[in-house]
Unconditional design. Structure first.
Length: 126
C-alpha cells in the first residue's frame, strides 16, 4: 500500500506540473525554461566541446547544463522577440548563472552581442 501512495503522489505531482505548463522531457527536464543567455568568446573557436565537436562561432550551437547533446532548442530573446533554433553540443558548468550559452552566430541572430547577455525563453523542439 505504501508503494501505491508514493505512485499516487508522483502521479499527482506530474499532473500538477503539467497543469502549471511545465512539460517534462526525460527525467525531470523542463521543456521550457527562462533565464539569462550569454555567448562564447571568440577565443574558443576550434576548441573541442564536451560532445567532441569543435566549437564553430558561425554555427547555431549551444551549451546547456542538462539537455542531451543533439537536442534542438528554440531560443527567444525576450527583449526583442527574435528567435533562433540551436543544437546543444556542449555542457555548461553547474555554477554558471546563465541557462544557456550560445555560439556567436546565434547571439548575432538574437541581437545581443553588444550587451553580452539577455533574458531568453528556451523551448525544446520535438
Amino acid at each position: 500500500m505504501s508503494t501505491m501512495i508514493r505512485t499516487g503522489r508522483l502521479t499527482a505531482a506530474v499532473a500538477a506540473a503539467s497543469l502549471a505548463g511545465l512539460l517534462l522531457v526525460g527525467p525531470a527536464l523542463a521543456q521550457t525554461q527562462e533565464g539569462t543567455a550569454s555567448f562564447y568568446s571568440d577565443k574558443f573557436e576550434g576548441k573541442k566541446t564536451a560532445s567532441g565537436q569543435a566549437y564553430d562561432k558561425s554555427a547555431l550551437t549551444a551549451s546547456h547544463k542538462k539537455l542531451p547533446y543533439g537536442t534542438k532548442v528554440q531560443v527567444t530573446n525576450l527583449a526583442n522577440g527574435k528567435s533562433v533554433v540551436v543544437t546543444v553540443n556542449d555542457r555548461m558548468a553547474q555554477s554558471n548563472k546563465s541557462v544557456i550559452e550560445l555560439s556567436r552566430k546565434a547571439a548575432e541572430e538574437l541581437d545581443f552581442t553588444k550587451s553580452g547577455k539577455t533574458k531568453v525563453k528556451l523551448e525544446v523542439q520535438k
